[in-house]
Every structure is written in C-alpha cells, then in structure tokens.
Design a protein around this ligand. Structure first.
Ligand SMILES: O=C(O)CCC(=O)C(=O)O
Length: 317
C-alpha cells in the first residue's frame, strides 16, 4: 500500500486532528494571522470572471454578487425552520463527532438552547433539494456557474446537488480538498464565515522527529495561504483542489455548490473510476486501509446511481 506523505491529504482521524491543531497553535496558527486576504472583486461581468479567474485558475471573492437573492435578504435559521421545519437533516456530521438525524426545526431549537461554551452545532452538506425542494427558487442558478460539465455527464438532476451548510458561531469545517476535481462556488447567505485556503500544491511533510513540519509548510511558496471573511451575498470561487477550512464567526447559512470545469473532466472520471474499481476489485484492502471512507464512498455512489436513475440490477439499460 502506498502511504500518503502529504498529511493534508490524509483522511485518518489522527492526521485530521494534527492538521486542525496546527491551525490553533504553532507556526501555521501564527502565519494565518498575517496571511493575505484573497483577491476581492465587485461588479465583475461573466466574461471578466471567465478570463481573469476561471481560465487562469485564480481564486476570487465576488463581493455582493448574490446580494439581490431573496434568500440573502430574508433567510435565517429561524426563517428556514418555519419554512421546512419537518425536513430531516443530519446534525454534527463533522468528522469525528457522532451524527444525529433530527427535524430541521429541532436542529434550530437545539442551536438556541446551545448558546454559551457548549460545542457548536453544525449541519454540514444538507442536500436540501431531496427534502426541501421549495427552497431552490430562492437560490437561483449563478450565470458564472453554467460551465458545470456534470450536467453533460450525469444529467440535470445529478448536477444540481447543491448543499446548505447551517451552523452555530464557533463551528468549524476542517481543512479538506473537495473530491472529484470540482471547483467550489460558495454563496454566503446569512452570517459571516472565515475561510482559510491553501493552493493545491501545499504539502505538509514530517520533520526530523516525525512531527508535522508546519514551519516548512508556511515557508513554502506553493502553500499560498490566505484567509478572508465571506459575508451575506458574497460568492467564493476556488478552483479544483484548493484546500479550505472554515470557521463560523456567527451563526451562518451558506450554499455550497460545485462546478466541474471541462478541463478537469479526465481527472474527474479517473477519480470516480478509481473509487468504484477499488471498491469492486479490492474491497477487503480498501476496508482495512480506509475503514472510515468505505461507508462514505458507498453512500456517495448510491446517491449518484439514484440521481442518474440507474437500474443497478441491469448491466445494460
Ligand atoms: O461552509 C462550510 O463550512 C464548508 C463549505 C465547503 O467546504 C464547500 O462549500 O466546499
């Protein structure tokens, strides 16, 4: 088995905890405080976005790009509880914490009862279109996101699997890269989130004592560490494979949507095939070496099959 040398890319709990700890104390925590903010543009046209950012793989914050959305102007956790309180959601699905299925209204009640020093509650990756599709009208398509090639690959349904992220001040989404070479296009709807991002080449190796070498990480030019705050109406574009970690500065609602750039198509397919072939042809080893990932991969594959209306009992439809 090949061991992943870059700690930022490992999925085991110990590595995730070590990276998270690096954001709290030591050289990375210090570097973050003086890290530059991400380039921010206001009033950018679609063609300017295409030429100056997407084609050049440059991340950018589009300030106020979604400021006219009804959701940005009217939503709050309480507002959503009144609109779709019965929808079942998975609370605290953050890695390492036990998750729990609750009705959305209950989640909001628990948030209210949980003010103070308690561990913040977080609802991550709520695929709201499955059980609260009425919300979609207030989260309109972004013209700058039309390039999402997943429509051509999987059909309209599978390409609109946007997620809502709803959480409480202090909540954290730990550093990760998104799978399958998709770009991040995140819309901040309510509250403020602080993002920490690093370029796809960022590498965290071990020092002479076998400890994570955060000093080397922050010294390397490739790391491209930035931090910035996303406010209601702002849209973030992060090209594929940029690492991101998020801290909720207040109670927050964000819309996570992904876009597959056609130039990443081959790598996207390769990753999905790798995943599926490993599960089919090498299940025992995958289950032994990545026990935490197996249920996630199975769930994801089932969700894709479902959205693509595949009949899994037949090989040729
Ligand atoms: O908002 C968050 O906490 C995480 C969002 C995220 O990781 C994404 O949109 O890719």
């Amino acid at each position: 088995m090949v061991i992943e040398n870059n700690l930022l890319r490992r999925h085991d709990q110990e590595s995730i905890d070590r990276v998270e700890n690096g954001f709290r104390v030591g050289p990375l925590a210090e570097a973050v405080r003086s890290a530059p903010t991400l380039e921010t543009r206001r009033g950018l046209s679609k063609s300017e976005f295409e030429q100056q950012y997407r084609e050049q793989l440059r991340p950018v914050v589009l300030a106020g790009f979604a400021q006219d959305w009804t959701s940005v102007q009217t939503w709050s956790p309480e507002h959503l509880a009144a609109r779709c309180g019965d929808a079942e959601v998975t609370m605290d699905s953050v890695r390492g914490t036990p998750s729990r299925r609750v009705a959305f209204a209950e989640f909001v009640e628990l948030m209210k009862a949980n003010e103070g020093d308690a561990e913040p509650l977080h609802l991550q990756e709520w695929y709201y279109q499955t059980n609260a599709p009425q919300l979609a009208a207030e989260l309109p398509e972004l013209d700058i996101a039309q390039y999402d090639f997943r429509r051509n690959l999987y059909g309209e349904k599978a390409s609109t699997n946007h997620q809502l992220w709803v959480g409480q001040r202090g909540g954290i989404t730990r550093l990760h890269q998104d799978s399958y070479m998709v770009d991040v296009m995140h819309v901040q709807i309510f509250g403020t989130k602080r993002w920490y991002v690093m370029g796809p080449e960022a590498k965290l190796g071990a020092d002479a004592d076998g400890e994570p070498d955060f000093a080397a990480l922050v010294a390397a030019e490739d790391t491209r560490l930035h931090h910035f705050d996303l406010k209601p109406g702002d849209v973030l574009y992060l090209p594929a494979n940029w690492y991101h970690r998020i801290e909720l500065l207040s109670n927050s609602i964000g819309l996570g949507r992904k876009c597959l750039d056609e130039k990443n198509l081959a790598m996207h397919i390769r990753q999905r095939m790798n995943e599926m072939l490993a599960l089919i042809l090498n299940y025992d080893e995958v289950a032994r070496t990545h026990p935490e990932l197996v249920p996630v991969l199975l769930t994801r594959s089932r969700a894709w099959a479902n959205r693509m209306d595949l009949d899994l009992s037949r090989l040729r439809p």
